[in-house]
Design a protein around this ligand. Structure first.
Ligand code: C2E
Ligand code: MG
Ligand code: MG
Ligand code: MG
Length: 284
């Protein structure tokens, strides 16, 4: 491009920029191959009910088992996938794999509660998104009530009416809906009331200084009260210590997720952690 504009503009395309663009293209093509070659894996992080201490859900978190670089986290490749269109097949793979895993646990008598799956904005806004969720549930035989979809504020705040239609269709099927990273996007509180939602996942940034900063503690309290007044369940993410867990318990926040309880881990490892309930054996 720089060259086509003639010699005068050549300098705009500096060596570091060229290097970055090349790296980026390389990452893109590697990522397409990763999906085709089964290099993506899901890890699962349990969610705990603060009253019973039991695992009541797990969140599926994608990782890339890179052939030479080892395990790569989603922050490094989800944004790239979103920009190059790969997020649609990748998102479909994640949803299918998570539902299969949930069904497999249930078949083994393991009660992991709900399987929560992150849905990117582009994926959610596909007109046939709700239908594709229905198809995956049918294909895997997973009960819709076992699936929770996590969407962000910006996903539903742009194009509110279309979002409400999709959400209502999903909820009509029995799928649960949660707002992820709540409080970090910009939500119109007036709209929030109109969305058919089940839960708010309070972003971990609101937990950061609650033991040292009274303002941080009262802000967190307000968010919990806001969620409750909207009739929503609350999940606090990024709980890293006992003080945070105890404060959340005092607020009667029902669910928590964080390194203080469990790290995200492979399907095999996470079951080994324990804390999962057992499903009653079915009569023969
Ligand atoms: P998220 O959905 O908010 O997921 C929670 C992130 O916080 C995860 O990072 C998790 O490992 C991390 N985390 C959990 N407990 C703690 C804690 O106590 N302290 C701290 N500091 N962090 C904690 P991860 O796995 O790196 O994922 C980052 C983000 O990537 C996710 O944020 C989500 O937005 C996105 N993501 C992950 N998997 C998928 C996916 O399958 N599809 C899409 N579209 N996005 C995904
Ligand atoms: Mg999430
Ligand atoms: Mg989050
Ligand atoms: Mg996030």
């Amino acid at each position: 491009y720089a060259k086509a504009n003639g010699r005068a503009n050549y300098k705009f395309f500096t060596e570091p920029m060229k290097a970055a663009a090349t790296r980026r293209l390389h990452l893109e093509s590697e990522l397409w191959r990763a999906l085709a070659d089964n290099q993506l894996v899901l890890h699962y992080q349990p969610q705990i009910d603060l009253l019973s201490g039991k695992v009541v859900g797990v969140e599926a978190l994608v990782r890339w088992r890179h052939p030479t670089r080892g395990l790569i986290g989603p922050a490094e490749f989800i944004p790239v996938a979103e920009e190059c269109g790969l997020i649609l097949p990748l998102g479909h793979w994640v949803l299918l794999t998570a539902c299969r895993q949930a069904r497999s646990w249930i078949d083994q008598g393991i009660d992991m509660g709900e399987m929560a799956v992150n849905i990117s904005a582009h994926q959610f806004r596909q007109p046939e998104f709700a239908q594709s969720v229905r198809a995956i549930l049918a294909e895997t035989g997973l009960d819709a009530g076992r699936l929770e979809l996590e969407i962000t504020e910006s996903t539903i705040m742009h194009g509110v009416d279309a979002a409400i239609t999709t959400m209502a269709e999903l909820r009509g099927m029995g799928v649960r809906l949660a707002i992820d990273d709540f409080g970090t996007g910009y939500s119109s509180l007036a709209y929030l009331r109109r969305f058919p939602l089940d839960r708010l996942k309070i972003d971990r940034s609101f937990l950061a200084d609650i033991d040292s900063d009274p303002d941080a503690a009262s802000l967190l309290t307000s968010i919990v009260l806001l969620g409750r007044s909207l009739g929503l369940q609350l999940v606090a993410e990024g709980v890293e210590n006992l003080a945070q867990a105890e404060f959340l318990r005092s607020l009667e926040c029902e669910r928590v997720q964080g390194f203080h309880f469990y790290q995200p881990a492979s399907a095999e490892e996470v079951v080994g952690f324990g804390g999962f309930g057992l499903l009653a054996a079915l009569p023969a």
